[in-house]
Design a protein around this ligand. Sequence first.
Ligand SMILES: *Cc1c(COP(=O)(O)O)cnc(C)c1O
Length: 368
Amino acid sequence: MPLAERVRPLVRPNLHEIKPYVPGRTIAEVQKEFGLHDVVKLASNENPLGPSKKAIAAIQQLLSELNRYPDGAAVDVREAIAKHVQLTPEHVFVGNGSDEIIKMIAETFLQPDDEVIVPFPSFAQYNFGAQVMGAKVVSVPLTADFQYDFEAMKARITKRTKLIYVCSPNNPTGTWTTHTQVKSFLEEIPEDLVVILDEAYLEYVDSPDPLHSLEFISEGKPVLSLRTFSKMYGLAGLRLGYALGDPGLIRFLHQVREPFNVNAVAQVGAAAALQDHEHVEACRAANQSGRLQFYKGLKELGIPYITTQGNFLLAQVGDGMRVFEALERYGVIVRAGFPGLQEYVRISIGTEAENERCLAALAQVLRA
Ligand SMILES: *Cc1c(COP(=O)(O)O)cnc(C)c1O
């Protein structure tokens, strides 16, 4: 019997259900496959302007000290984050990306048969955490125009519900909730659940009545806010995400934390990036004009799109997978194949020149 067949029965049965995560294609892969050298990646909502120079300098300084273990308690970066959001370091929990924190939230709370309410379509990692723990994912569809259906979410709460995820702006749709909507939802649901507000794209939001989870946290609500250095701060490769919450809630996440879960380079790089307000402002401004560039360009091409509050948008191209593959031949990597979104591609907003490349390639693809 092949080894995999002998080992299979030893593996926890729920793991067989998990579909592997398919990340965006890398520039190197596409260069190699199509023999291109000038490839633009607009697939993973990365910051096209790169990390802050302050972060790079801090990281370079640390390199000669990599013989040392990191600070397991991540004191300095937690203090820097606490100061940034005007909470205490005890409110701040750091992880190897917020992906790791989503998995740790699942490990902290979920047993088989527990239920997690997850919006659909949204970020796949929420389902992953639940599935690893053998818990049940209760998937609640967004409305036809990709808004949260809070009534439907409320209706799906049972005695077994432990966690509810809300992602705003929502990945991959770019749509968002208002603070008022989330506030009334929190007032109407039982208090013995944890609500996770994933605010990975918070820094890009410029809509009225934006979600501000800190109010709920200071009111002592069982809320965790998830944030990251991977998007606006341009440090996706470094891996640092954080959760904010009442210390009475945060303390339980430490039960499943590896002693050195956030590496030393990430700790200094993130702390330095937080100090670079000018870089954040420049990135925010570039993203706002990039959004308008896509709205205008897509409109001219007759491609419907979903208005976004993130650094990415959905374009309704017809056959998403076909357009995704065709764009690759023009050296433009976007993302398609999201469950429930077959007609769309998700495009991350790049530099002005990258956006132009993408729009020009889309024009070619549609003509063909
Ligand atoms: C990108 C993203 C994250 C951040 O992931 P990291 O692990 O911190 O890189 C979290 N949530 C959503 C919805 C995202 O799109």
